[in-house]
Design a protein around this ligand. Structure first.
Ligand code: FAD
Length: 372
């Protein structure tokens, strides 16, 4: 019997695994893929977690992460606004970041069941039993849900997720282009927005979120890009000038930003499984790491007998709400302004007129630094 089973080895799951293993608990991570692998994400990570990831052994300089402290926002018709990024962040691909954290976890003795998908979970008395499509069953005292934005495990554990009116699609490329390394740009287009920023090895991540309706009546993603994204002149120029390094884009569909429960049937949810912030905030990775860190501290107390299961769950929900609930709400409100010509134009004109507002808006989508 393991102390903990973690479903999903993204940033949230790996953080819980590393934190528990550091304290000597036995942990297994069940992950659908084999590291390293690409993932749809803008790959700009807030400095809120820089000192934490360095503390657990990530050498950002060696990995070639870019340092980003400038922000550009453009409207659908190409109006542009520049602002410094108060806290700033760094750019690193998920291919590298998740792989490096996986290696740190392995070094601490974390077990991995890779290329394995969770098929069923059951709780019998005080133990959780998890079946995988690799025909294995694992059992543990605690079960953590860190399976990201995907809903398959939600169905397995019968977790109700509210419906969202608009359905979104995420698309990511790595590109090579002559572009500033210290800048993250967010370019609006009808029904979505596209981020571009530097990662390691002189590459850039170009990633966008679009209403799925944009794909309707288009034969493929390329046609949608040419007919919808190219209307923003900044995007058109980037798409035309860039060398695209993937043979095909990474795509994820059914992205939802609805409120979710942080504990369901005694499963502790971290990262996107607990709530996904709209990508324009550039804060989802930080939330995954911070929520994983907070969950792990409480789980340690539970495993040591200092907290009951009920106390653990109540405390975790309180900590989640205190740290993330309002931030996620503000992200959803801001997203409403973007991706529509009139409102994005209005927002950019307004922010241009009162420049002191911009740092305030950026701050509102960010959280506290995890200090080490
Ligand atoms: C378009 C887009 C752009 C974004 N850009 C940014 C950005 O620039 N900066 C930022 O901070 N955030 C960004 N985000 C958000 C960020 O990607 C997420 O918040 C972050 O990845 C959450 O980490 P996680 O560990 O919760 O989930 P994930 O990183 O998604 O990890 C979940 C893991 O669970 C595994 N899994 C899923 N189901 C199963 C199963 N049944 N069995 C086993 N394993 C399973 C998956 O393979 C995956 O590895 C963006 C999101 C989108 C959609």
């Amino acid at each position: 019997m393991y102390d903990a089973i973690i479903i999903g080895g993204g940033l949230g799951g790996l953080t819980v695994a590393i934190e528990l293993a550091r304290k000597g608990f036995s942990v297994i991570v069940i992950e659908k893929h084999t590291y390293p692998f690409h993932k749809v994400c803008g790959e700009y990570i807030s400095n809120e977690v820089r000192s934490y990831v360095e503390h657990i052994g990530l050498d950002l300089n060696r990995l070639g992460a870019s340092n980003i402290d400038k922000f550009q926002l453009t409207s659908i018709t190409g109006k542009s606004l520049h602002s410094p990024l108060e806290m700033g962040g760094f750019g690193i691909s998920r291919f590298t970041l998740d792989f490096e954290l996986y290696k740190i976890a392995l070094g601490l003795g974390v077990s991995f069941e890779l290329n394995a998908s969770v098929e069923d979970t059951q709780r019998i008395n005080e133990a959780f039993f998890v079946d995988t499509n690799t025909n294995k069953t694992f059992h543990a005292k605690i079960l953590i849900g860190s399976y990201g934005k995907r809903a398959k495990v939600d169905k397995i554990i019968k977790r109700p997720i509210p419906k969202q009116q608009t359905s979104y699609l995420g698309v990511k490329y790595h590109i090579s282009i002559d572009y500033p390394k210290d800048l993250i740009s967010l370019h609006n287009f009808e029904g979505g927005y596209c981020g571009i920023s530097a990662i390691e090895n002189n590459k850039y991540c170009l990633c966008y979120l679009t209403a799925t309706a944009n794909l309707k009546n288009k034969s493929n993603i390329k046609q949608m890009e040419e007919e919808v994204l190219y209307k923003n002149p900044f995007l058109k120029e980037i798409f035309i000038k860039a060398d695209f390094l993937f043979t095909k884009p990474e795509v994820i569909n059914e992205v939802v930003f609805v409120s979710k429960s942080q504990v369901h049937e005694n499963v502790i949810m971290v990262g996107d499984s607990a709530g996904l912030i709209t990508p324009l905030a550039g804060n989802g990775m930080s939330i995954a790491i911070r929520s994983g860190f907070f969950a792990a501290q409480l789980i340690q107390d539970f495993l040591l007998g200092n907290l009951t299961r009920t106390e653990l769950e109540k405390l975790y929900i309180t900590i989640w709400n205190t740290n993330f609930k309002n931030q996620l709400w503000r992200g959803r409100q801001l997203q409403r302004l973007f991706g529509k010509e009139k409102t994005s134009e209005f927002a950019i004109n307004f922010l241009k007129r009162i420049p002191v507002l911009m740092p305030f808006v950026i701050r509102s989508t960010h959280g506290k630094v995890l200090e080490f």
